[in-house]
Design a protein around this ligand. Structure first.
Ligand SMILES: C[S@@+](CC[C@H](N)C(=O)[O-])C[C@H]1O[C@@H](n2cnc3c(N)ncnc32)[C@H](O)[C@@H]1O
Length: 166
């Protein structure tokens, strides 16, 4: 059990656009979400996907998704965009980052994954931080699994568990 868990009032949310559609991703994501909940108050919040997107340009879709993303934010949220252009961290550094956040964030720490075309300017303006998982681009569906695995890894590192090997 993570030593900080019971002392922190922080809630961690992963905000995503659209349901996860691939059954093999759903199973793996749910597994890591459940494992992470042993250490952290954590939930995945899904913004329903837009309908009839075929009639939208890429920019219009990004804008519309951006409106919905911003609507999901609450006062006091610390907003971290998952973005290729963000700060890269090693897993051990991400564990340390989560420890600092648990000690300083009273409300929600919200990680956000963009839709298929990324974030609108409005979302970038609302964000406090940007974090990259790699310089490579992942699909908006796959990046969910990569993030929840890294979050579980970070929490396991903090708890002194055996999951991570340097
Ligand atoms: C297919 S990508 C969008 C790519 C888009 N060209 C852009 O500039 O953001 C969909 C979403 O997945 C997430 N994502 C993809 N690759 C990522 C990476 N290497 N690090 C962090 N997040 C990533 C981001 O949230 C992004 O908005």
């Amino acid at each position: 059990m993570c030593a900080n868990h019971n002392l922190s009032s922080m809630k961690t949310t992963l905000l995503v656009v659209g349901r996860t559609v691939e059954p093999h991703f759903i199973t793996a994501i749910n597994d890591y979400v459940q494992r992470t909940k042993r250490y952290l108050t954590f939930e995945m919040e899904v913004i329903p996907e837009l309908k009839n997107t075929k009639s939208f340009s890429m920019e219009v879709q990004k804008e519309k998704e951006g409106e919905l993303i911003c609507k999901a934010f609450q006062p006091g949220d610390v907003i971290v965009l998952l973005d290729e252009g963000g700060k890269e961290m090693r897993s051990i550094e991400f564990a340390d980052y989560m420890k600092r956040k648990m000690n300083t964030v009273n409300k929600r720490l919200v990680f956000v994954i963009g839709g298929p075309y990324g974030f609108s300017q409005k979302v970038y303006q609302a964000a406090h931080e940007k974090m990259s998982l790699s310089k490579m681009t992942f699909s908006h569906q796959m990046v969910r699994l990569i993030f929840v695995e890294q979050l579980y890894r970070a929490m396991n590192i903090l708890s002194g568990g055996p999951y991570h090997h340097e």
